[in-house]
Ligand binder design. Structure first.
Ligand SMILES: [Zn+2]
Ligand SMILES: [Zn+2]
Length: 351
């Protein structure tokens, strides 16, 4: 039997570099040779604290690779072709799937949390989850499609054309930075970013965001008040998942504005009554965002839009890739990330 290398999670905190059988594509499936797989913010707690839906399991859901082998009944792909892969496997029958909202599927599976993902040499996925990567987009950039699509989706959830608007982003991790890049591409005139980590702010500035502020040195709410002449931000993106930043986002949101819940929540949040009252007066909308829109019958979905923008040179994710680590050294890297021993932005693992 053909084997491959993979990072196998046996139980919480027990992740090993091992040889396991290479997956065979069934009907309608394609085996993809993984080029790069990004480490998501959610992977660290998944590996070391919360665990996953079953063990043993191979994690990793932000990836791109090349077509290796097509299963029976699969047409339209060639061996060696570069593809990005939507990691959510939708059922195709539930009301959400029938409307094409695959991320809202009621009976979904997920590569990297419910079934084997891409911290491995190979992964098997349904052919309909594969998106050919256009010319001019490298394998490592293509591996950034998932987080970039998630960030785009968060901005689209506001339902607004961003031209001329002020956008505030709380949290300069990869998703926060990607959201800021989309806001700029969408025509936002003023983009304010906040974080507590100086190296993340430095990266934000190097991406051309001159208004990147330390939330430790200055209260973000008064900063936004000053920069908007007390009008508040039109759109506030909460991308840290921390109670304090959600309260800041709600406090700094202007009249008719939107607060987007993007960061994974880390604790309960108490909204003081005066703040709620202020949000009511200002008619602030709080919107949730989840995953991204992937389209089979459209090209305006988040995934196609992301890859087209990358191919057109409008959306450069390269500066966000801080590390490229071979699979054999990945366990060490993941542990270092968990213990925050290294400053990192997006870490890509390559077999
Ligand atoms: Zn993710
Ligand atoms: Zn479904």
């Amino acid at each position: 039997m053909k084997t491959m290398h993979a990072l196998v999670l046996h139980r919480v905190g027990d992740v090993r570099f091992e040889s396991i059988p290479c997956p065979e594509p069934g009907p309608g499936q394609v085996r993809v040779r993984v080029g790069y797989c990004g480490v998501c913010g959610s992977d660290i707690p998944r590996l070391f604290e919360k665990g996953t839906y079953r063990f043993p399991l191979v994690c990793g859901h932000e990836f791109a690779g090349t077509v290796d082998l097509c299963g029976p009944d699969v047409a339209g792909f060639e061996k060696g072709q570069i593809v990005a892969v939507f990691p959510l496997i939708w059922c195709g029958h539930c009301p959400a799937c029938e409307r094409g909202h695959y991320a809202q599927c009621l009976n979904y599976s997920y590569l990297g949390s419910r079934e084997n993902g891409a911290f491995a040499e190979y992964v098997v996925a349904p052919a309909r989850n594969l998106l050919p990567v256009p010319e001019g987009v490298s394998l490592e950039e293509a591996a950034m499609t998932e987080p970039a699509a998630v960030a785009l989706h968060a901005l689209r959830r506001t339902g607004r054309n961003l031209t001329g608007l002020t956008v505030a982003v709380f949290g300069c991790g990869p998703i926060g930075l990607l959201a800021a890049l989309w806001a700029r591409l969408g025509g936002a005139v003023k983009i304010l970013l906040f974080d507590v980590a100086e190296e993340k702010l430095a990266l934000a500035r190097s991406l051309g965001f001159s208004m990147a502020f330390s939330a430790e040195e200055e209260d973000p709410v008064s900063c936004i008040e000053r920069e908007t002449r007390s009008q508040g931000a039109d759109v506030c993106i909460e991308a840290a998942g921390v109670p304090a930043t959600l309260i800041q986002a709600c406090s700094a949101c202007g009249r008719g504005g939107q607060v987007v819940l993007l960061g994974n929540p880390s604790a309960d949040v108490v909204l003081p009554a005066p703040l709620l009252s202020q949000m009511m007066r200002r008619e602030v909308t709080v919107v949730g965002t989840w995953n991204s829109e992937y389209g089979v019958y459209t090209t305006s979905d988040d995934w196609h839009t992301t890859l087209s923008a990358m191919a057109a040179g409008q959306f450069n994710v390269q500066p966000l890739i801080s590390h490229k680590v071979p699979l054999v050294q990945a366990v060490e890297m993941l542990q270092a990330m968990r213990q925050r021993q290294v400053p990192f932005v997006k870490v890509l693992i390559s077999p």
